[in-house]
Design a protein around this ligand. Structure first.
Ligand code: GTQ
Length: 345
């Protein structure tokens, strides 16, 4: 049985004034808004950001704003449902396309939000994270976990563009977002992606335990792609050919708040992901994929990005009948699981 709850206007004005003056609020007029029936209210809209329309504007930013005036030259992929000025793709995810031109340097800093970079185009740029120099090539995933120094440099000849995914909206909401500027880092020896080359075989720590909380910072696309292709060949009946980017030492998600995945759609494959509580972002690395959710269909071409709110099924269709397609996915699963609100419907 459902009945109407009392409205604010039903209360005498002097009573409302007394409450307001004492910083008090009656719950019942807002109860249904904060606890809606069965499905949460979501501001997140399903949005498509085609790369072809964004790229010229990003290159234009390269002419209009020198790197010294930007520090990070980024166009933010903002969800209008959250208000563009709030720079959110979803409640916990921030997306930005960052441009670095040959010879430019985005200086060293560290901050509380976690970031990853998914490289979209160009060769010759490197991100140095915690002293580890990470070359950037298309499809590579590079982590910049909370608190680690990072800076971006570019010795190549063409513009380099990458997609930044940060948990900035959540960390900002928590009033925990800040940065510290630093000096140019000294590059150290060793790199996680060379030390952890094969699953199941990890470095033995006989003399001293490494105190690195994030042993692997760069996940080369050649390796991730090869893992997906091998998995599909080995298990022809497998419906969801997907890998999760993890910390190779613990097996846990690569970062604490957002989850990162690479999905291969077999030629002609249509895959429906069930409705789950976390919002998701899809970025097409290779191929051609239709993404359908919330009554909309986005025809992704390479380097396109789209997002979907939580609690909605998403159908992915590989448009090619003879080639696989590869999708990078970011979602809010680690956050939802840690908070105990993760759901599959
Ligand atoms: O490259 O360090 O898109 O600090 C937003 C904030 C990128 C970065 C962003 C940042 C960075």
């Amino acid at each position: 049985m459902s009945h109407e709850l009392g409205r604010l206007e039903d209360l005498p004005q002097d009573y409302r004034d007394d409450l307001k003056n004492l910083n008090l609020v009656p719950l019942w007029p807002s109860l249904r808004a904060v606890l809606p029936p069965k499905v949460p209210t979501r501001a997140t809209q399903a949005i498509h950001w085609p790369y072809a329309t964004l790229r010229p504007l990003l290159l234009k930013a390269g002419e209009l704003t020198p790197i010294e005036k930007a520090e990070r030259r980024v166009l933010v992929l903002a969800n209008p449902g959250h208000g563009l000025e709030n720079m959110k793709a979803s409640p916990a995810m921030y997306l930005g396309m960052q441009l670095l031109l040959p010879g430019e340097w985005a200086p060293s800093h560290r901050h509380t939000p976690n970031a990853v970079r998914m490289i979209v185009e160009g060769e010759g740029a490197c991100t140095t994270v915690d002293g580890e120099k990470c070359p950037m090539s298309r499809g590579d995933l590079i982590l910049t976990p909370t608190g680690l120094w990072h800076e971006h440099g570019h010795d190549g000849t063409e513009p380099v563009v990458w997609l930044d995914v940060l948990d900035l909206p959540l960390v900002y909401y928590m009033e925990a977002s800040y940065h510290v500027n630093g000096e140019r880092q000294t590059v150290k020896q060793g790199s996680g992606d060379r030390a952890w080359t094969r699953a199941g075989v990890v470095p033995t720590q006989v003399f001293a335990r490494s105190d690195k909380r994030y042993p692997m910072l760069r996940y080369p696309w050649v390796d991730t792609r090869a893992a997906l292709v091998a998995m599909a060949a080995d298990q022809p009946g497998l419906d969801c050919v997907q890998v999760t980017y993890v910390n190779p030492e613990t097996g846990a998600d690569a970062q604490n708040i957002l989850g990162f995945y690479a999905l291969m759609l077999k030629p002609g494959q249509t895959l429906t992901l069930p409705a789950r509580s976390p919002a998701q972002v899809f970025h097409l690395i290779e191929g051609g994929v239709d993404v359908s959710t919330c009554g909309k269909r986005f025809e992704l071409v390479e380097a396109d990005t789209c997002c979907a709110p939580g609690y909605e099924p998403v159908t992915l269709k590989n448009r090619s009948a003879d080639q696989p397609s590869f999708v990078f996915i970011a979602d809010e699963s680690p956050l939802h699981r840690k908070l105990g609100v993760y759901e599959v419907r």
